[in-house]
Every structure is written in structure tokens, then in C-alpha cells.
Design a protein around this ligand. Structure first.
Ligand SMILES: NC(=O)c1ccc[n+]([C@@H]2O[C@H](COP(=O)([O-])OP(=O)(O)OC[C@H]3O[C@@H](n4cnc5c(N)ncnc54)[C@H](OP(=O)(O)O)[C@@H]3O)[C@@H](O)[C@H]2O)c1
Length: 265
């Protein structure tokens, strides 16, 4: 009779490996952020997550349906809101183990179309908001904890995304510089770099249903694996970097079906 390895293995798998861990996810109401919150709470972690509107937070809370998730309205472009988030995280969770800086928006604009206003909007959310959220929350991160940024698979070029790509390159730089700065505090800093991921917005502001369908088609055609990634696949990579990759810091992990790797079948 064959030995039942699967029964042996499953009896030793901890269903809540992150029980007792605490995390913050910025931009956790929909898309990849919500999938990260879901993956964390499914594994037993307690999570504060953010978004800009009470309506979106309430919808997320209903979908997550767990007492381990705590919504906080906080706009990453507003310094006072970031300070308030830090206070709320301290009150609710005390110290934290993982910080996921996920919020982001992209806008397709040609060189001529970019305005000072749209430039500031993109940089404020993606780069400035990311940096100052880390600066505010870092005193709460425990030794041995980690930060995971969300950048973008930027090795292949998209015309019309100069401001967004520039802002995400700034975040890629924060990943390396902060990884070095936080070595003495034993806090690891990494990033996931998604390619085409099937989220409600596909990461692009004001996308119509038609544009979204077109974008998905483009993504399928230009991704070596022939499809867009799922938010669960992104969340799995983010949790790996946060919790399991304990000898990895300063890296940007592509989660892009080979998009940025120059592969062809
Ligand atoms: N989808 C893709 O194909 C793709 C590819 C590469 C990289 N990315 C990056 O991956 C991340 C997630 O993308 P996604 O497609 O999952 O985005 P999404 O579905 O549009 O979700 C974005 C999240 O960010 C929040 N957010 C936006 N602006 C914010 C602000 N100023 N303050 C706080 N929260 C804010 C949104 O919350 P509310 O709207 O509720 O405020 C939402 O929870 C982004 O950083 C994006 O740039 C996406």
C-alpha cells in the first residue's frame, strides 16, 4: 500500500501561518491591494487598509467579510491624512510586521498632453505618497519586518506613460535606497513589479469598458504567457516577499508573465 504522503503533509500545514502578524496595505479597496488584504487575513494576519472614500471602503469591507480587516479612509497625497493613518495604525495594531505600499494611478498622456497639474497628480500618488507613508509608518515597523512597494514592469516601454513610469522608477529607487538604509534595523524592503494584471481599472484612471477590453487584448498579445495576471498571483508574490523571503532585500520582483524579460516562444 502506498504511503499517504499527502495526508501526512496536510496535517502539518498551518492554515493560519500569519496569525498574530500585523500589516498595513495602502490602496486596499479594490484590485491587487484588496487581494493582498484578503491573502493576509485568510492566513490569520490583522490588517489596516486604506482608500480615499467611505463608499469604496464599505464595499471592500463587505467583500472581505472578516474582523481581521480594518478600513481607514486616508488619501496618500495628503500629509495630514498620512499622519492620521499612522496614529490610527498605532492605536489599532500597535507595531506592524508588514507594510504594503500599493496605491497608484496611471494616466495615458503624450508628451504634449502632460500638464504640471497632471504631473503633480501622478507623482503625488505614486511617488511622494509612497515615500512619506513609509517615513510616517517606519517607527511602527518591528525589527525583522518588511516593506513591499508596488512598482510596474518598466523594462518594456509604453508610449504615453512618461509621468507614471517616471514616478514608478522613483519608487524602484526608494526600494533600493531604503533597503540599504534599513539594514541596521533589520527591515527588508522589496517591490513587486506587475505587468498586465486583470484589475477593475487595469491600473489606469478613467478607463472606459471599451478601452479596458482593448487594453486586455493588448496585454494578452504582448505578454509571453499569453494572458493577464490575476490579483491573487500578485498577492502571492507580495506575501512571499513580505513574509517568506527572509534573505532577500532591495529587489524588484517582476510578476508579469515574462512581459519584461524579452521572451518569445
Ligand atoms: N493593473 C495593472 O495592470 C498594473 C500594472 C502595473 C502596476 N500596477 C500598479 O499596481 C498597483 C495596484 O494597481 P490596481 O490595478 O490594483 O489598481 P486599482 O484597482 O485602481 O486600485 C488602486 C487602489 O489604490 C487606491 N488609491 C488610489 N489613489 C489613492 C490615494 N491617493 N490614496 C490612497 N489610496 C489610493 C484605490 O483606492 P480608492 O479608489 O478606493 O481610493 C485602490 O484601492 C498600483 O500602484 C498600480 O500603479 C497596476
Amino acid at each position: 500500500m502506498p504511503t499517504n504522503h499527502s495526508t501526512q503533509a496536510s496535517s502539518t500545514i498551518d492554515p493560519k501561518p500569519l496569525a498574530g502578524r500585523r500589516a498595513v496595505v495602502t490602496g486596499g479597496t479594490i484590485g491587487m491591494g484588496r487581494a493582498i488584504v484578503q491573502a493576509l487575513t485568510d492566513r490569520g494576519a490583522e490588517v489596516v487598509y486604506t482608500g480615499r472614500s467611505d463608499r469604496r471602503l464599505a464595499e471592500a469591507q463587505a467583500a472581505l467579510d472578516t474582523p481581521l480587516a480594518h478600513p481607514v479612509r486616508s488619501d496618500a497625497t495628503d500629509a495630514n491624512a498620512i499622519a492620521d493613518l499612522s496614529d490610527q495604525v498605532a492605536d489599532r495594531l500597535g507595531r506592524i510586521d508588514y507594510l504594503f505600499i500599493n496605491q497608484g494611478i496611471a494616466e495615458f498622456q503624450t508628451l504634449e498632453e502632460v500638464t504640471e497639474e497632471s504631473w503633480d497628480r501622478i507623482f503625488d500618488v505614486n511617488a511622494k505618497g509612497a515615500f512619506f507613508t513609509v517615513q510616517r509608518l517606519i517607527p511602527l515597523i518591528s525589527e525583522g519586518g518588511s516593506i513591499v512597494f508596488t512598482t510596474v514592469s518598466n523594462d518594456r516601454i509604453f508610449p504615453g506613460l512618461s509621468a507614471y513610469s517616471g514616478a514608478k522608477e522613483a519608487v524602484a529607487a526608494f526600494t533600493k535606497v531604503l533597503a540599504a538604509e534599513l539594514l541596521p534595523r533589520k527591515i527588508r524592503v522589496n517591490a513587486i513589479a506587475p505587468g498586465f494584471i486583470l484589475t477593475p481599472t487595469m491600473g489606469v484612471a478613467e478607463l472606459t469598458d471599451e478601452q479596458r477590453a482593448e487594453f486586455i487584448e493588448q496585454g494578452n498579445a504582448s505578454t509571453p504567457m499569453g494572458r493577464g495576471g490575476t490579483v491573487e498571483e500578485v498577492a502571492a508574490a507580495a506575501l512571499y516577499l513580505a513574509a517568506e523571503a527572509t534573505f532577500t532585500t532591495g529587489v524588484e520582483l517582476p510578476v508579469d508573465g515574462g512581459f519584461g524579460q524579452g521572451l518569445s516562444a
